[in-house]
Design a protein around this ligand. Structure first.
Ligand code: IVH
Length: 670
């Protein structure tokens, strides 16, 4: 094989492997930036050798042109719906009917969460992804192949963990997690775009984009749960099928269980109800399926739904209440967000008294007014929101709501840029903005200063002790001790925490500054690109910045604008003068051992353990203290004991110190 082709194949395999670790096993072994480095390496090679690009290359996920309209795909087997059980009693009835239908007492079921996303069908011929479609009317769906290809959790080629069928149809639910939904909407707001109403709508909208490039930017995920037509491989049961899916590279919901009888079903139903609000995605019920495929065939179908399965509906997470008031809250970027103050209601076990109204456009679209009865919904940790107004119940004398023209906190002007949905308070010195900036600065993913609660920030700003993030480092023990609910000891603790946070990383500090559009990940990208030098970053031009992979025009402009402002430069200088220092940045190089895990054992004679760790980390690999299935290499010096035994048991590559050094040398010289 051509040498370059081998490297390309290798990179494809590595990337596909890491994809599956991330999406199927939820156990990534390399960081996002390491993944991106490998991807870039592949992109570079492919652009130099276009004839060597493979159809299942991870670079081929986006690339299709926008469509004028979707084609249609007829499902070989119709995609049915499920009948519903509204409570435990109806679940009992389902079980009794199943027993009767089969003439069997003891029945094994598979219980699955019922995801509230969009059902899709994926078709593979001889292991290669050929086409994918929406459910449509059950018989015919829309051809959304190009959009599905952009979803990294969907394998473009089946892994060979199980025999590859000549034809395989897999059904599953595409969805967006709460966490991703939240950050996606934050980004949209920052960019002045309309936020999406809820995860399901945004997943639906993303799948039905005619331009796959847009779909590719949306954080879509999938869990697979049902077979369509399968030729060439036989399955006995749903469990059998579900166990095989991950071997081919499909993600399967880890909460799926198998068990016997109605007591199992009821237990699962109650338990799911309890954990529902802790899940990072929306579910609207559970699905119970008779496990055995021959039993399923025996029970057969009704006209639209099978007799062998039922959906157990969970209580609605939507309730009605009234809006007592609408308040405008001001965030760290000055964004003025309207918040509905509600007559408190219980939504799925949580008392809700606030709901976001997003922005003026959303208020106008829904015509939300003070005094209105509204339908609200909450989903996990997504902020509760108003779905719609119940117009029949609108009291007399209400008025359309308009956001204030002056900031409710500092009374300065609020302005909305022409192309933005968000209105902002224009006063950088607004106390709400200062508090927001400080809270962001000290938060876990930024400077991570312990013991610094919201109340403390409020007091420090209100007393005028802290007006900028740089002032945090000037707080005195006496100032702290004189505040409400602060004793001598807690004041000392806060000072110690501030001091400790001074030795940090460049990336944390950049993220903490709150430059618009620069989040945690981008800060790490900037750290690598500018080798942790503030001077280099502050002198960078838009052109310099956009040359960096993952830094787009908008972000580049925000960075340049930030450093062009003398106030910001002054702020940074003041932080540095207080003794902030950055750890040295180790250049990560993508290499043949990116993401691999090394364990060092025995007495090492040629290098210290610390030196060994630095060597592998520089090449994008990791060092770990214990040997497990995940270990890739064990480097054993004299006197190695149980770790070496384990490595041999698990069939892990064992290297001597000399072999290890040779490997490092070869990789470094590449
Ligand atoms: S099985 C006949 N399993 O529910 C088998 N469906 O009402 C039907 N859904 O269109 C599909 N999670 O969108 C199945 N674990 C799961 C599911 C699930 C969600 C949705 C799917 C389907 C609808 C049926």
């Amino acid at each position: 094989m051509h040498g370059i082709q081998k490297i390309i194949n290798d990179l494809c395999d590595q990337l596909n492997y890491h994809n599956i670790r991330y999406y199927v096993h939820d156990d990534p072994s390399i960081s996002d930036s390491e993944y991106d480095k490998l991807l870039r390496e592949l992109q570079k090679l492919e652009s130099e050798h276009p004839h060597l690009v493979k159809a299942d290359s991870p670079t081929q996920r986006v690339g299709a042109f926008p469509l004028a309209e979707f084609g249609s795909i007829t499902h070989r087997i119709p995609m049915l719906s499920l009948s519903n059980a509204m409570d435990a009693e109806e679940i009992e009835q389902f079980h009794e009917q199943t027993q009767k239908g089969l003439g069997v007492k003891k029945i094994r079921y598979v219980a699955e969460p019922k995801l509230d996303g969009l059902a899709v069908e994926l078709v593979y011929e001889n292991g290669v992804f050929i086409s994918g479609s929406t459910r449509g009317n059950g018989e015919v769906g829309e051809d959304i192949t190009h959009n599905l290809k952009t979803i990294k959790a969907i394998p473009l080629k089946l892994q060979d963990g199980h025999k590859i069928p000549s034809l395989l149809e897999v059904r599953g639910e595409v969805f967006i997690s709460h966490k991703d939904f939240k950050s996606m909407n934050e980004k949209r707001l920052e960019n002045g775009e309309q936020p999406f109403a809820n995860p399901r709508n945004s997943a639906a909208g993303s799948l039905r984009q005619l331009n796959p490039t847009i779909t590719a930017t949306r954080p879509l995920r999938i869990f697979c749960y049902a077979p369509g037509t399968i030729e060439g491989v036989k399955f006995k049961s749903q469990k059998d099928f579900l166990d095989t899916l991950p071997k081919w590279g499909f993600p399967v919901n880890p909460l799926i269980e198998i068990g016997f009888g109605v007591s199992f079903l009821k237990k699962y139903y109650i338990h799911t109800e309890e954990i529902r609000n802790n899940l990072d995605y929306d579910i609207d019920g559970v699905v119970f399926k008779v496990n055995s495929f021959s039993h399923q065939d025996e029970l057969g179908m009704r006209s639209r739904s099978p007799r062998w399965a039922i959906a157990g509906k969970l209580k609605a997470q939507q309730v009605t209440t009234t809006i007592l008031n609408i308040e405008a809250s001001v965030g760290r970027t000055g964004a003025v967000t309207p918040v509905a103050k509600l007559h408190p209601v219980n939504v799925g076990g949580v008392i809700v008294s606030n709901a976001t109204l997003h922005n003026q456009d959303e208020i106008d679209r829904k015509d939300v007014r003070i005094g209105d009865s509204v339908l609200i919904q909450r989903a996990g940790d997504v902020i509760p929101e108003v779905v719609k107004v119940i117009l029949d119940k609108r009291p007399k004398g209400t008025h359309p709501y308009k956001l204030p023209e002056y900031c409710p906190v500092c009374n300065h002007q609020v302005r909305r840029a022409e192309d933005e949905a968000v209105a902002r308070c224009q006063n950088m010195a607004c106390p709400a903005q200062i508090k927001g900036r400080i809270q962001h600065f000290i938060s876990k993913n930024c400077m991570d200063i312990d013991g610094f609660g919201e109340k403390l920030v409020d007091q420090l700003v209100e007393k005028g002790h802290v007006m900028s993030v740089a002032d945090i480092f000037k707080i005195t023990h006496d100032q702290l001790a004189s505040l409400e609910r602060m004793g001598d000891k807690s004041a000392t603790n806060v000072i110690t925490a501030i001091d400790a946070a001074k030795s940090t990383t460049f990336a944390r500090f950049i993220h903490a500054l709150g430059i618009r559009n620069v989040g945690e990940h981008s800060s790490k990208v900037l750290q690598q690109a500018f080798s942790g030098s503030l001077e280099k970053l502050s002198n960078a031009t838009v052109k310099d910045l956009t040359r960096i992979y993952e830094i787009g025009d908008v972000m580049a402009q925000c960075v340049v604008d930030f450093f062009a402002d003398p106030t910001n430069l002054h702020l940074i200088q003041s932080c540095l003068d207080s003794g902030i220092s950055f750890e040295k940045v180790e250049k990560i190089q993508a290499s043949g051992i990116t993401g691999k895990i090394f364990v060092f054992t025995g007495s090492l004679l040629k290098f210290s353990r610390k030196e060994a760790h630095v060597m592998v980390e520089k090449l994008g690999a990791r060092a770990s203290g214990s040997v497990s299935k995940k270990t890739d290499y064990v480097v054993a010096g004299p006197g190695a004991g149980s770790k070496l035994d384990n490595a041999n048991l698990l069939d892990i590559d064992v290297l001597t110190e000399e072999e290890f050094l040779k490997m490092m040398k070869e990789l470094e010289s590449k």
